[in-house]
Write a protein that binds this ligand. Sequence first.
Ligand SMILES: Nc1nc2c(ncn2[C@@H]2O[C@H](COP(=O)(O)OP(=O)(O)OP(=O)(O)O)[C@@H](O)[C@H]2O)c(=O)[nH]1
Ligand SMILES: [Mg+2]
Length: 460
Amino acid sequence: MLPSLKMKKCLGKHNMDLHASDLTEEQRKQLRSLLGNVELTLLYKASFHGHHASTFHQQCDRQGPTLHVAYNYLGYIFGGYTSVDYTQSGRQITDKEAFLFSIKDKVFICIKINSGHYVRFDNAKGPNFGQQLYLCYNNQPVVNYQKGNAFSCDAKTLYGDDTELSDFEVYKVEHILQVKEKPWRNVLWTADQRAELIEKIRNQKPLITSVSRSQILMIGPVGAGKSSFFNSINSIFMGHMTSKAMPGSAGTSLTTQFRTYPVKDGREGKPLPFVLCDTMGLEEQSGAGLDIEDISSILQGHVPDRYKFNPITPFQPDEQKASKPASLQEKIHCVVYMIDATKISLMSYKLEGKLAAIRRKVNSLGIPQMVLMTKVDKACSLVEEDLQSLYVSSYIKTKVQEVSSRLGVPVSCVLPVKNYSQELELELNCDVLLLTALQQMLNFADDYLDEVCPVVDKPK
Ligand SMILES: Nc1nc2c(ncn2[C@@H]2O[C@H](COP(=O)(O)OP(=O)(O)OP(=O)(O)O)[C@@H](O)[C@H]2O)c(=O)[nH]1
Ligand SMILES: [Mg+2]
């Protein structure tokens, strides 16, 4: 029965999310148990990029070690690992570390390469292991298994003899040095620190009497964690998990409206002195996702709450309203870029260009900017185990440096955080990081107001 094949094909190229890995956490763990302490970053997904060998090479050449994961309709997850780059060198490749694997229900097997055999001939064709297992054979969503001696295995054991693939993914495998460095930033992971941060935020009224709340705008690629950040902050102040802004994963942005979210200090509490503004996700293509003209209108306070973005036609302000400038209260006082820590290396140059154009616009208006690097728990297994390892993890440090150089933001303005995503209870370490980030945003907003506001407006 292949109805699901048809369904997948119907989804078409543009509805698929490249970054939505099909591996479950459990399967990732099983694969990591073979590879050691590694990060897996999705480079190529056949249902997104197509099955042609040329696209495979475009995405996967010169990426270092790679893990190839195929899925078939019988539920087999199988493929192989090679530690040697694809370079189309026209040479036979020796790779003592190569192996094949198969996961089906609770059965997990690994077949190492037999010594004295090549793992592949490195040419422009699609991937193969030992010239036995051919994935996306002949540029089609199928697998082909040929007799050979490199791997002692058969098609029945590997994939139940079902040659049709529902998908095929290739991951970049990065070995992480688990060196616990001297902490490169100091954080007090204590309940007192949490309470102190809450108190400071509560009392951090903007410096200007005409502005009752600092307006913070969140911008970032689809699925980076913008809505989740608001939900996380709201949860901390409500004392339990909330999900007012719809978070989730989809190929295109789940948030389609401009939302300005005030946060209350508890269920019956007063409004806190800030508003978090949530936007639609950025996409690399022009005419898709949040548009730079929309951002410009938001920054200047022209876009109303619940405005539904239209990537084809940017926001058209009401002529009468547009003729007079918005009040300082309506304008944005601080911009925060949300960047997913697991996707920094994969960020396309087009998206980087879009972000650079946005930064230039924000700069020209003199609005302070910072970066929240989200999903640190997914990016580093050390941090996943214990959030307090964040600032001793050398891997996170390299990611912060990478994001800083790609976005052109100083390292000191990049704050790693973990949003609440699947938890049912609040957690101290998570709160401390989120509140530290929020407090920094409020400080930046203060700097802006201090700079733009006429002296007379400031309270004595
Ligand atoms: N593990 C983990 N998951 C996160 C984190 N932040 C967000 N997520 C998850 O990532 C997915 C996307 O999060 P959203 O908050 O919807 O992202 P967004 O930036 O609002 O996305 P769009 O509105 O679609 O542009 C959701 O499934 C979240 O639960 C995080 O720090 N750690
Ligand atoms: Mg969202």
